[in-house]
Design a protein around this ligand. Structure first.
Ligand code: AMP
Ligand code: ZN
Length: 134
């Protein structure tokens, strides 16, 4: 995708603060971090979202989230990590090239990765189970 900024960053056409790189991925520091060390895992091949990602690469991406996340948490003054991945505008996606956020967390920080719990109604439960033939 010639006009995709994350394609250009992932493939080194635009410089970035790179923590890690291999044949399939580049891991960079987010320019608008929610916390110190907030990083992004970017595949080098364009996929707009999780649905377009080859499944074997999704497995590699999650393994990378474990490896890089562990290094971040051990190396920074923090004790937690959010692994966040947004798909679609309504889910907060703003750059339409698949990426995984690694957000180091500390107790009482203000990173704010949270939601207000609702209630699982019987109607909703049955509707979703039906999608899976249950
Ligand atoms: P999302 O809202 O899940 O699509 O996340 C997009 C993320 O990309 C945000 O956290 C931005 O701060 C980050 N971002 C956007 N442009 C750049 C860039 N050029 N380099 C690094 N991070 C970026
Ligand atoms: Zn792209």
């Amino acid at each position: 995708m010639s006009d995709c900024i994350f394609c250009k960053i992932a493939n080194g056409e635009i410089p970035s603060a790179t923590l890690y790189e291999d044949d399939d991925f580049r891991v960079i520091l987010d320019l608008g971090p929610a916390s110190k060390g907030h990083s992004l895992i970017l595949p080098k091949a364009h996929a707009a979202n999780i649905f377009e990602m080859p499944r074997d690469l999704l497995g590699k991406a999650m393994a990378l989230a474990g490896d890089i996340g562990e290094k971040l948490v051990k190396g920074l003054p923090c004790d937690g990590l959010n692994v966040v991945q947004n798909n679609g505008e309504s889910a907060g996606q703003t750059v339409f090239h698949f990426h995984i956020h690694l957000i180091p967390r500390m107790k009482d920080d203000h990173a704010g990765v949270s939601w207000k719990p609702g209630t699982l109604t019987e109607e909703d439960k049955q509707a979703v189970l039906a999608i899976f033939g249950k």
